[in-house]
Design a protein around this ligand. Structure first.
Ligand code: C2E
Ligand code: CA
Ligand code: CA
Length: 761
């Protein structure tokens, strides 16, 4: 393609425009030269001829005048004919005879006066040809052509020189000498040279290739109009680099620009911009270089995505590690430290405290009667209680303290830098908060044991052990209290230790007792006023190998505390029901109506108690009417409504209820009225001193009166003498149980008693 410089192109365009204007004006006959000049010329010609004629007027010879006229017509082709008309209208001479073309007489006929010596002689009339419209060639050949040509040539030349100067910067070859341009074309990088208006004055070959545009398409265009975008790159330019370079007057390095005209796939360039200054220091434009980093960016993008993924998986890993660490160190239910990690802290704190001689205290915490809570309300509620307590403990200690879940319902607090006095305050605060908590609907309390490093434990384990022993003292002395190890004195260490180990020994032995069938039921008869055996109380005996029968007084409390009373109680109910069915089948005694079974508080409060009893009754085929459950007052008043519901359920089956040890608990007419009871069992402590203590006699009297008003029967237990029985009978008691009548006896012996049927001699 022929390359024409912009200056030339521009000049050529201007020339064409000028010519077009001229031609058009000419064609339209707008050229002022063509009409005015012609008229002027004709006037001058006419006046010259009239002047010659005026000088000839003096000759008084018309022939002279005619000759002059003839000569003028001969010399001027334009004249069609010429006439001399005297002032009186007489035509003196007339030369030529052609007819004028066209009708514009005013333009073609010129009248000029001819003067005589004193007055106007006449007039000269010259008729001219009507001029043909002057075409391009006529015009070119006209006189004004020279002028136009002159103006045009010099104008264009002057303009070209001026534009050449002005447009010198637009002319690549003038901005960049040929050899430099060639050198720029060899570069791999794209190069643009822009003027101060950011118009492209030079683009090297590499740039043309990169943007897929020819230099013709590029030169003169504003560089910012090429379709730049801002890529998702860390280096992404904030402003077009050349704009910035021009604005700031200094080089701008390494800003990334995307190039994406018409939605094609984006290319990414790293663009450097440097201002170009003239010799006078004036800015003349900017040079921008373009390095194609599309592939690099794509790879970077991949790397970034990969990095992001890696970071996400790293975060996940850290999270998982944290979770694993939590799992490994925390108790999932309470988020307290688990036992193992608590010990790690304990060891570190203990060693640190020992080395730097600072205070350190440890508090053992145990939720009171937790097994009962768990067994009565279920494990979910039990868990809630544990969580509530842990929340209180954690909320009552400082950040630098540690709370560990030590066992089921046992916690341990480690209080670095705290002396016994401060630690006791913390423990007391926890105790009070637990006792007044509202997270669970029923009351809970906890016992606390406190030990300090100042007491001189040899190891962290020993310190915890001391806190544990102090806790044990809290439990033994009524629970819901704080005990400091130092205060229970070293002297107590031995008995406490032995009590603790005895308890643990019994618990372990009880576990085996059930498995090994070491339990047995003894039966103590209950008689009416006539001494007839109307019932019996089933009393548990533990026939421990090597030790003989162990009284329930020695193990029931421990079994209750450990929860072992549940399987044991179930065994008792099952055994008693089986016996009942057998005895009824054997019909040993016509008066024998029912067997009383002791039910422990934990057992009765268990949410499955009713269901379990149902299933025992049905599997043993027992008539529920023959079963009597002995409950104590204290286990009923904790939850009167729950107890009433359960009792009503069982009452519907015809099971009867007796209140054991009546008079020792919180006897209240109010609640008794609501319970579906059958009988009150006067506690043996009142019977024992009935004959000697007026108070006890009054109590027994009251109990019997109360029972009568509530339409309940009464039975007295612990009747050891005939006198006691007589007295009770007088007082209105209906049934009796005690050594006077019979000790609790093994099944076979009791069956003999039943056969005998009568216990009074
Ligand atoms: P308890 O229910 O008050 O049972 C009566 C206790 O008094 C029995 O003691 C019985 O042997 C004793 N006893 C009976 N007559 C006399 C008497 O005339 N004088 C004296 N001094 N004592 C008499 P045991 O059998 O040692 O039972 C003690 C407690 O163990 C029972 O007191 C009861 O609370 C509990 N127990 C016994 N068997 C069971 C059982 O199967 N389940 C539950 N949960 N507790 C049981
Ligand atoms: Ca009893
Ligand atoms: Ca009793």
């Amino acid at each position: 393609m022929l390359k024409v410089s912009p200056t030339l192109r521009f000049s050529f365009g201007l020339l064409t425009l000028a010519l077009t204007v001229l031609f058009t004006a000419d064609m339209l006959g707008l050229s002022p030269v063509s009409t005015e000049k012609r008229l002027e010329h004709r006037k001058q010609l006419s006046e010259t001829i009239a002047l010659q004629l005026s000088s000839a007027v003096g000759y008084q010879n018309p022939a002279v005048m005619e000759k002059i006229l003839w000569g003028a017509v001969q010399q001027n082709d334009e004249i069609v004919f010429a006439t001399i008309v005297r002032d009186d209208g007489q035509v003196l001479a007339r030369i030529g005879g052609g007819v004028s073309a066209g009708s514009d007489l005013s333009q073609n006929l010129i009248r000029t006066p001819i003067y005589g010596e004193e007055q106007i002689f006449g007039r000269l009339e010259l008729r001219f040809h009507t001029p043909a419209p002057m075409g391009v060639f006529a015009f070119l050949s006209s006189v004004s052509l020279n002028w136009v040509a002159f103006v045009l040539c010099f104008g264009v030349l002057g303009y070209w020189l001026m534009m050449r100067r002005s447009f010198r910067l637009l002319e690549p070859s003038s901005v960049v000498p040929g050899h430099v341009r060639n050198a720029l074309d060899t570069l791999v990088e794209g190069v643009l040279i822009l003027d101060n208006d950011e118009r492209i004055v030079m683009a090297n070959l590499a740039f043309e290739r990169k943007v897929n545009l020819s230099s013709d398409e590029l030169l003169g265009r504003k560089a910012s109009d090429l379709g730049w975008t801002l890529p998702h790159s860390r280096l992404a330019a904030k402003e077009l680099p050349w704009t910035e370079a021009l604005r700031q007057g200094c080089a701008q390095e390494g800003a990334a620009l995307g190039y994406c005209p018409d939605g094609s796939s984006e290319k990414v360039f790293v663009v450097n911009g440097a201002p170009i200054n003239g010799e006078d220091g004036e800015g003349q434009g900017v040079l921008a270089s373009f390095e194609d980093v599309t592939e690099l960016e794509a790879r970077n993008e991949e790397m970034r995505a990969l990095l992001k993924e890696l970071q996400i998986s790293k975060r996940k890993l850290v999270q998982q590690n944290k979770q694993l660490h939590e799992l490994a160190t925390r108790d999932p239910l309470t988020e307290c430290l688990n036992r193992r990690s608590f010990f790690e802290y304990l060891e570190a704190e203990f060693t640190g405290a020992q080395n730097s001689d600072v205070a350190l205290c440890c508090v053992m915490v145990d939720i009171d009667h937790f097994k009962r809570v768990n067994d009565t309300h279920g494990h979910t509620v039990g868990d809630e209680v544990i969580k509530a307590v842990s929340r209180i403990l954690k909320g009552s200690i400082r950040e630098e303290d540690h709370a560990g879940r030590y066992g089921g319902e046992e916690f341990c607090l480690l209080l670095p830098g705290m002396d016994l006095q401060q630690a006791r305050l913390v423990a007391e605060r926890c105790r009070e908060r637990i006792a007044s908590q509202t997270d669970v609907t029923f009351d809970i309390t906890a016992s606390f044991g406190l030990a300090s490093i100042s007491s001189g434990p040899a190891s962290p384990e020993e310190m915890v052990d001391w806190a544990d022993k102090a806790l044990y003292v809290s439990k033994e002395s009524g629970r819901n209290r704080v005990t400091v190890w130092d205060e229970c004195a070293a002297a107590q260490q031995t008995p406490l230790q032995s009590a603790e180990s005895e308890r643990q020994r019994v618990e372990r032995a009880l576990d085996k007792a059930l498995e090994n069938g070491e339990f047995e039921l003894f039966y103590q008869p209950q008689v009416n006023c006539k001494g007839q055996v109307i019932g019996a109380e089933a009393l548990l005996r533990w026939n421990k190998p090597g030790e003989g029968f162990i009284s329930p007084a020695q193990f029931i409390a421990i079994a209750e505390e450990s929860g072992q009373i549940l399987p044991i109680g179930e065994w008792v109910l099952n055994e008693a029901c089986q016996q009942l069915s057998r005895w009824k089948a054997d019909a040993l005694n016509p008066y024998f109506r029912r067997l009383a079974v002791n039910v422990s508080p934990l057992q009765f409060q268990h949410h499955q108690f009713v269901d379990r009893l149902h299933s025992i009754l049905s599997t043993t085929g027992t008539n529920p009417a023959h079963l009597e459950l002995e409950l104590t007052e204290n286990m009923l008043i904790d939850d009167v409504k729950g107890a009433v519901d359960k009792m009503k359920d069982l009452k519907e089956l015809d099971i009867s209820f007796s209140i054991d040890d009546f008079g020792t608990g919180y006897s209240s007419l109010l609640y008794l009225r609501h319970l579906p009871l059958n009988q009150l069992k006067i506690d043996q402590s009142f019977v024992r001193d009935l004959l000697t203590d007026a108070n006890d006699a009054a109590i027994v009297n009251t109990i019997i009166a109360m029972a009568s008003s509530l339409e309940l029967k009464t039975i007295a237990e612990g009747v050891e003498t005939q006198a006691e029985m007589e007295k009770l009978r007088e007082m209105g008691c209906q049934s009796f149980q005690g050594y006077y009548l019979s000790r609790p006896v093994p099944r076979k012996e009791f069956e003999n008693l039943l056969r005998n049927g009568h216990l009074l001699r």
